[in-house]
Design a protein around this ligand. Structure first.
Ligand SMILES: [Fe+2]
Ligand SMILES: [Fe+2]
Length: 414
């Protein structure tokens, strides 16, 4: 790098502080780290804590991988799909070693690693993709003695595009960056923990509303939005901001279920019309939780909780109702509230509607078995223009490979 661009470091740090969702943040941290040292590719791993199995050692879970060279081989706007994998925290792999020793590992050539090193390079990714990994710099993300994760940047490029080794300056720049990144991560983990605590409260009521379900729905919603925004040429800063608040808002779509009684939510078999009417009110209870708040996240969470069961053709619920008093605002001749339709339904509500139904149909519920994916997709297609915004259904299908990889990512335990 020679001359360190301090301005860009300061800018990156202040922007990280603005991101609230941990997943959006990790993706951005990786991008900034790569930019700072001009790395062609890289991955970010987050440490997973020991779960029920106390004998299992801590491990790293890959969260994001980026690769400019491979990205260029894809159609514009298409995202790379990568699979979930774990790396044990031990000396055998480079990222495992970095996490284990909590020290930076700078390797000029992955295919020529010193034979005295305890780790070796796993070339399976190169073999699979045809990519040639040469230089790498792997550094730990540590805050207050706690290991949060590891970043590995690959193939530093000089100004002519040749791959060169990472320098001592790069090590200093990224060590400094890591301390700011981990501060932002700690904050985002706190936010995530708080959201999951709220989700767990509604999960006590409705066992279908699990952490995995909300993570999947939020993940799908973000991808649908992002593809839509790409097609509409939305500026990247605006895209990132909306992804950030959408991910959190979408996780809370059914939080209003905290107010519905177990007797109804956990009832196996068919509900009476009155019981179903009570369940429908979870939209209003949810909206109520955020009523009167002004932050963009709260506004969006309110829109989503309120309108994720509205239908594009106006046949959904709760329709034109005041979320505080539950009083109808616009009614048909019989006095029933009119459904919101088309663009009357907030954009985020329309997105989450597709994500939620896609996930619910593909999952087992007390009253039904999980559908096969072909059947689910056929159903989504069928409901384009009636239940769902047709433009968003189109976008959903365009981003299906990424959606399927998210489904796998959050499939443990159900
Ligand atoms: Fe719902
Ligand atoms: Fe849901």
């Amino acid at each position: 790098m020679g001359e360190v661009d301090f301005k860009s470091i300061v800018r990156a740090n202040s922007e990280l502080a603005r991101i609230q969702d941990i997943d959006i943040l990790l993706e951005r941290i990786l991008l900034e780290a790569r930019k700072m040292v001009n790395a062609d590719a890289g991955s970010i791993y987050a440490k997973q804590a020991k779960e029920e199995d106390a004998t299992e050692a801590d491990k790293l879970l890959i969260k994001y991988a980026q690769n400019d060279t491979l990205q260029k081989t894809l159609p514009p706007g298409q995202k790379q799909v990568y699979s979930r994998f774990y790396v044990p925290i031990n000396e055998k792999s480079i990222s495992g070693y970095c996490a284990f020793m909590r020290k930076i590992v700078n390797i000029p050539d992955m295919y020529d690693i010193d034979s005295s090193a305890p780790y070796s390079f796993n070339s399976s990714f190169d073999k699979l993709t045809g990519y040639k990994t040469v230089s790498s710099l792997t550094f730990p993300l540590v805050a207050e003695e706690q290991l949060l994760g590891v970043i590995q940047v690959l193939n530093k490029k000089d100004k002519d595009g040749n791959v060169i080794p990472f320098s001592g300056d790069d090590e200093i720049v990224l060590t400094n960056f890591a301390s700011n990144a981990t501060a932002a991560m700690q904050r985002a983990y706190l936010t995530r923990a708080m959201i999951l605590r709220m989700v767990r409260m509604s999960e006590l009521r409705d066992p279908a509303e699990t952490g995995n379900h909300v993570n999947r729905v939020a993940g799908y919603a973000v991808e649908i939005y992002d593809r839509w925004a790409y097609k509409r040429n939305v500026r990247e800063e605006e895209r990132e901001h909306f992804r950030d608040i959408l991910r959190i808002g979408a996780m809370l779509h059914d939080v209003g279920k905290v107010a519905i009684s177990d007797a109804i939510l956990k009832k196996p078999g068919r509900l009476t019309e009155e019981e179903f009417a009570v369940i429908k009110n979870h939209t209003l209870h949810g909206a109520n939780l955020f009523e009167g708040t002004v932050s963009p996240i709260d506004r969006l969470a309110m829109d989503i909780a309120f309108t994720h069961h509205e239908n594009w053709d106006g046949t959904g619920y709760p329709g034109w109702v005041d979320p505080v008093t539950f009083a109808p605002i616009k009614t048909d001749e019989s006095g029933k509230p009119l459904g919101k339709k088309g663009a009357e339904i907030p954009f985020a509500g329309r997105i989450v509607a597709i994500a939620d139904v896609f996930d619910a149909l593909g999952s087992k519920r007390v009253y039904k078995e999980a559908w096969g994916e072909d059947q689910v997709l056929e159903e989504i297609r069928k409901m384009s223009g009636t239940k769902f915004d047709p433009e968003l259904v189109e976008v959903f299908f365009e981003t299906l490979p990424v959606i399927q990889s998210i489904k796998k990512l959050y499939s443990e335990g159900d």
